[in-house]
Design a binder for this molecule. Structure first.
Ligand code: PEP
Ligand code: MN
Length: 353
């Protein structure tokens, strides 16, 4: 090959890159104009396009898998704007907002550094049962009452909760004792119903990655208490909170409730290190549920103290006037005298740290 010929070919070869760049930019701008097209429609037409490109390549020199790889990359190409959006810090992150989010629940401010306490039965069973715990909260000057009306049980034959009737009971007791109510909702279609009864919607561990539920919760202006998933990583926990925030609701309390590990001495393994990590990584209040993490009344107090010592904004625990006959979690709920002692010791500890 003559030297001049090689130089010319090299020039032409290089020039094709600049032509490709121009075409790719034109293509990205056309795609941007179609950005409102539903995902399914777009991927369907891209599939057809790829098949046609392959058919037309019969006389071309490009190998089929190379063609595949190039056009897949082209179809997934991001604009500068899209790249910037994917790098933007999450709304729940400290990088996005440095000040702590404080959530006001009927005057109880969660997230100020002073711990808040959430107590109540695992399941709502009757008005008298809930009122007995509510009275005990009121006597202590506490504000936050929990109780499950929709129960996500492992077995379909176990007590599933009283549903809306349970929410009505909670509201009645809360109004009577001037408390705020926290209760779990398990289906997106029940969220709206719950708004009239609860002050905080709880999303439980089993639903912590139910993205439709998270999005629906994000469309309300009710505070949300989000539990960590059964085997959820901290990154997944934060991303679940982002699902809520991304829909407009930034009033989120994160609740560490233990994760499933190989350890059987406790119901779950309380990941105490999650508390300072979540406080560092997000601006949201962080609570610790010492009942569902430990599942053991004998170690709930030291674990609750540990939670406060590492900077938790609150502690949750289950209390039932007669745990022996409770319809769920009978083995791990505190009776009222045990609760009195637990709270007195925890409050005294709080005063010392
Ligand atoms: C609860 O708090 O009632 C509950 C079921 O907890 P978790 O979702 O953490 O298991
Ligand atoms: Mn329970």
């Amino acid at each position: 090959m003559q030297t001049t010929n090689v130089l010319e070919l090299k020039k032409q070869y290089e020039q094709t890159h600049f032509e490709l760049l121009k075409l790719l930019n034109e293509q990205a701008s056309l795609k941007q104009q179609l950005k409102d097209l539903p995902e399914s429609e777009r991927s369907q037409s891209e599939k057809l396009l790829l098949a046609e490109l392959k058919a037309q390549n019969e006389s071309g020199v490009l190998g089929e898998s190379t063609l595949d790889a190039i056009f897949k990359a082209v179809m997934q190409a991001k604009t500068k704007e899209e790249e910037a959006a994917s790098k933007r810090p999450m709304l729940v992150s400290r990088a996005y907002k440095n000040e702590d989010t404080v959530i006001d629940l009927k005057g109880e401010k969660v997230g100020t550094g002073k711990a808040s306490f959430v107590f109540g039965p695992c399941s709502v069973e009757s008005y008298d049962q809930v009122a007995a715990v509510a009275e005990s909260l009121k006597d202590k000057g506490l504000k936050l009452l929990r109780g499950g009306a929709f129960k996500p049980r492992t077995s379909p034959y176990d007590f599933q909760g009283l549903g809306v009737e349970g929410l009505e009971i909670l509201k009645r007791a809360a109004d009577e004792y001037d408390l705020a109510v926290i209760s779990e909702i398990v289906s997106p279609q029940d969220i709206e119903k719950a708004l009239d009864f609860v002050d905080v919607i709880q999303i439980g561990a089993r639903n912590a990655q139910n993205f439709e539920l998270l999005k629906e919760a994000g469309r309300t202006n009710k505070p949300i208490l989000l539990k960590r998933a059964l085997s959820g990583t901290i990154a997944e926990f934060i991303a679940a909170a982002e699902y809520i925030h991304s829909e407009g609701n930034g009033q989120i309390i994160l609740c560490e409730r233990g994760i499933r590990t190989y350890e059987t001495a406790t119901r779950n393994t309380l990941d105490i290190s999650a508390v300072p990590i979540l406080k560092q990584e997000t601006h949201l209040p962080v609570m610790v549920d010492v009942t569902h993490s430990t599942g053991r009344k004998d170690i709930m107090l030291p674990c609750a103290k540990a939670a406060l010592a590492v900077g938790a904004d609150g502690v949750m625990a289950e209390v039932h006037p007669n745990p022996a006959v409770a319809l769920s979690d009978a083995g791990q709920q505190m009776d009222i005298p045990t609760f009195d002692k637990f709270y007195n010791e925890l409050a005294a500890f709080q005063g010392k740290i």
